[in-house]
Ligand binder design. Structure first.
Ligand SMILES: O=C(O)C1CCN(c2ccc(-c3cc(CO)ccc3Cl)cn2)CC1
Length: 317
């Protein structure tokens, strides 16, 4: 049987932080941020953690769809900012909504996380599962170095997700997931220091998010463009890329010779929300009517970022 996205939902923290507000906290400006990234505002948690955001999304998916939590077979959460090493955010969600028949685990693939998780969910449906929940959620604000203006202004918090159901209709057409650990140190975050009395080494990295911006920019322009080119043979209606930077999306659209207006964007009010960025864009586009579930619109979802990881899924809604 095939898999079909039957519901989308999202949740972002109430605390919207404008570029101007950041300019009162560090040496930056609205002009610099918006011209270089396309970001004008982002939402930053005050007391919530990643599981809180994902639990909100799960509750909204249940409410919107009318499905019962105990009908869920699995819950996958893509995140690079979990509350704990264990329990997983997915298990915290599962517990909170009492999805007693669902197995649950997190997927760590940074900004490709939602695409990786959606791909894995589709395989679970194809091999017999009936109903799953797939959420991308992050509280990146807790791992940012707020004294480093080169990264602190880029990222935001949020969560969004989908219900994936068994269907007679074929929606998933093709995919290509890729990784390159040899370039993994270009974007790191959340290093956990060993504190045992036997440990004599030294911490190789800080817990803060650190990014070699130029290297990630070039990776995105080259490897990601090639991945999309391989997946998209002929025409698509829309492309939903990870919302990292407006300029990179413009450059990729030129390299692919695909009209810029086919690339949906929302980094302007969310910032870069890593694994949450694609499902946030998907739900906002469904809510605005640009995308319609069941419309047969042909879309590409493309994630790219830490790992390094990147990957695309070509599907119809
Ligand atoms: O000087 C400038 O213009 C600066 C140059 C550096 N910038 C960057 C660099 C890299 C990213 C980025 C991050 C991820 C991880 O989610 C994935 C993909 C990308 Cl392309 C975002 N911004 C900001 C503007």
């Amino acid at each position: 049987q095939h898999a079909k996205i039957t519901c989308t939902s999202r949740y972002v923290p109430e605390n919207a932080v404008s570029n101007h507000q950041l300019s009162t906290m560090m040496d930056t400006s609205d002009e610099w941020i918006s011209s270089r990234t396309g970001i004008r505002s982002r939402n930053i948690v005050i007391n919530e953690n990643t599981s809180d955001l994902c639990i909100k999304v799960a509750g909204k998916l249940l409410e919107k769809s009318g499905i019962k939590a105990q009908d869920l077979d699995f819950i996958l959460v893509a995140t690079m900012t979990p509350d704990y090493g264990t329990p997983s955010v997915a298990c915290l969600v599962q517990g909170k909504i009492s999805a007693t028949n669902a197995f649950a685990f997190d997927i760590s693939a940074a900004c490709s996380g939602f695409v990786y998780a959606l791909s894995m969910g589709e395989k679970l449906i194809r091999t017999g599962k009936k109903l799953g929940m797939i959420i991308g959620g992050e509280t990146l604000s807790k791992v940012l170095d707020w004294n480093d203006r080169s990264t602190a202004v880029l990222f935001g918090d949020g969560a969004a997700g989908v219900l994936l159901e068994a269907s007679d209709e074929e929606h998933f057409i093709s995919e290509k997931l890729q990784s390159d650990g040899q370039r993994g140190k270009s974007l790191t975050s959340g290093y956990i220091e060993n504190q045992s009395p036997f440990y004599t080494g030294t911490a190789e990295s800080s817990g803060y998010l650190q990014m070699a911006g130029r290297d990630i920019y070039d990776f995105s322009l080259n490897d990601v463009t090639n991945n999309i080119r391989e997946i998209v043979e002929d025409d698509v209606d829309y492309l939903l890329l990870h919302q990292a930077n407006k300029r990179i999306i413009e450059k990729i659209s030129k390299k692919l010779n695909v009209p810029r207006e086919k690339f949906l964007t929302n980094m302007e009010h969310n910032g870069n929300t890593s694994a949450a960025s694609i499902p946030l864009l998907l739900d906002e586009s469904v809510e605005s009517g640009v995308l319609q579930l069941g419309s047969k619109q042909k879309i590409v979802l493309t994630g790219y970022g830490g790992g390094l990881t990147w990957g695309s899924i070509l599907m119809t809604l």
